[in-house]
Design a protein around this ligand. Structure first.
Ligand SMILES: Nc1nc2c(ncn2[C@@H]2O[C@H](COP(=O)(O)OP(=O)(O)OP(=O)(O)O)[C@@H](O)[C@H]2O)c(=O)[nH]1
Ligand SMILES: [Mg+2]
Length: 296
C-alpha cells in the first residue's frame, strides 16, 4: 500500500461544528469553539499521522456575509481555503437552505472532491431525520461521499477518515511527525482568552473583541510563565461590560482562560489581562493586520 497525504479543508456555515470536528479528529484542543456563530477567524491546521497517510486538516471560519471589513476579510479567507486542496469537507447541521446553496456554488468552481458531512446527529431523533437532511442535498451538488457524524460525541469519525483516505493522492510526508499544528502557542493562548470572552460576554461584545499577547516572561522563582494579554474592544461601553461590576467579569474570564491554557499547553501561567479601546478597529485594515487577520 502506498503512502498518501494531502490537505483537507473543513468548510461550511458558521456554528455547524467545524472546529469541534477538528479537535475531535485530533483528540486535542487546537481550535476554539463556542455556541456563538463566527468563532473562528483564521485558518488553523491540524495534522494527523498514520503509517499509511498524513492528513492535514484546515479549519476555516464559517462562510457568511460579513458587514465589517473583518467579516469580509475572514469570509474571503474561508472561500480561498477551498482552493488548491485535495479534499473539501462540507459540514452542515440542517437541511439545504439559501446560505448552504451559496456555499455549494463556490464548490462548483473547483474540481476538488467534496464530502458531505452531516454533523450533530446526536441531536436528531431518528435515522429518518438524518436521511431527510441528506436527501435535501443530493441533487444540489455531486458529493463524492456522505458521512453523518457527531463531532461532540466523537461518532463515526473513523468512517469519515476512511472516506477522506479514498481521495488522498499518493504523496510525501509534508510535515514532521511531531508537528500537530502550524498554530503557535502564542496564538492559541490569545484564542483561548477570546473563547472565554465568547462564553462570558453577551450580545455584540464578543464579535468586537481581538486579543493579542503582549509579553511572555518565564518566572524562575515560581516556576511559572507570566503572560500579559491585551483585549481590544471598539467602545468604552464594551470595556465596562467586560470589566463588570467590581471587576468580577474580567476576573472570571481570566481565571477560565488561565485554567484552560494550563491544561491545553501543559504549563503553569500567571495571566494579566488589559483592555484597550480602539475605535472601529474591525473596519481598519492596519489594525486587522496588526491583530493577525488576513484573507489568505
Ligand atoms: N450537540 C452537538 N453540538 C455540537 C456538535 N459539534 C459541535 N457542536 C456545538 O456547536 C457549536 C458550534 O461549534 P464550533 O465547532 O465552534 O462551530 P464552527 O463551525 O467552528 O463555528 P465558526 O467557527 O463560528 O464557523 C458549539 O456549541 C459546539 O459545542 C455535535 O456533534 N453535537
Ligand atoms: Mg470554528
Amino acid at each position: 500500500m502506498s503512502y498518501r497525504s494531502g490537505f483537507i479543508t473543513i468548510a461550511g456555515r458558521p456554528n455547524v461544528g467545524k472546529s469541534t470536528l477538528l479537535n475531535a479528529l485530533m483528540g486535542q484542543k487546537i481550535a476554539i469553539t463556542s455556541p456563538k456563530p463566527q468563532t473562528t477567524r483564521s485558518r488553523i491546521t491540524g495534522i494527523i499521522n498514520d503509517e499509511a497517510y498524513q492528513m492535514i486538516f484546515v479549519d476555516t471560519p464559517g462562510m457568511h456575509e460579513g458587514k465589517h471589513l473583518l467579516g469580509k476579510t475572514i469570509d474571503k479567507l474561508a472561500v480561498n481555503s477551498i482552493q488548491g486542496v485535495d479534499v473539501v469537507l462540507f459540514v452542515t447541521d440542517r437541511h439545504l437552505g439559501k446560505s448552504e446553496t451559496k456555499i455549494l456554488n463556490y464548490f462548483k468552481a473547483i474540481s476538488t472532491p467534496v464530502i458531505l458531512v452531516i454533523n450533530k446527529i446526536d441531536l436528531l431523533k431518528s435515522k429518518i431525520q438524518t436521511d431527510e437532511i441528506i436527501l435535501s442535498y443530493i441533487n444540489a451538488y455531486p458529493f463524492k461521499e456522505v458521512v453523518p457524524i457527531s463531532a461532540a460525541s466523537v461518532t463515526n469519525l473513523d468512517h469519515l477518515k476512511e472516506a477522506i483516505y479514498k481521495y488522498l493522492p499518493e504523496g510525501p510526508q509534508y510535515y514532521p511527525e511531531e508537528m500537530v499544528t502550524d498554530q503557535t502557542d502564542n496564538t492559541l493562548m490569545a484564542e483561548i482568552i477570546r473563547e472565554k470572552i465568547l462564553y462570558h460576554a453577551q450580545e455584540e461584545v464578543p464579535h468586537s473583541v481581538a486579543v493579542v499577547i503582549e509579553s511572555i516572561t518565564p518566572n524562575e522563582e515560581y516556576n511559572t510563565v507570566d503572560v500579559t494579554a491585551i483585549i481590544i474592544v471598539e467602545r468604552s461601553t464594551q470595556k465596562q461590560i467586560l470589566i463588570g461590576s467590581k471587576g468580577e467579569k474580567i476576573k472570571k474570564i481570566g481565571t477560565a482562560a488561565r485554567r484552560d491554557i494550563n491544561k491545553t499547553l501543559d504549563t503553569k501561567i500567571h495571566l494579566s489581562l488589559w483592555i484597550k479601546v480602539k475605535k472601529d478597529w474591525r473596519n481598519n485594515p492596519n489594525e486587522l493586520k496588526r491583530y493577525g487577520y488576513q484573507d489568505e
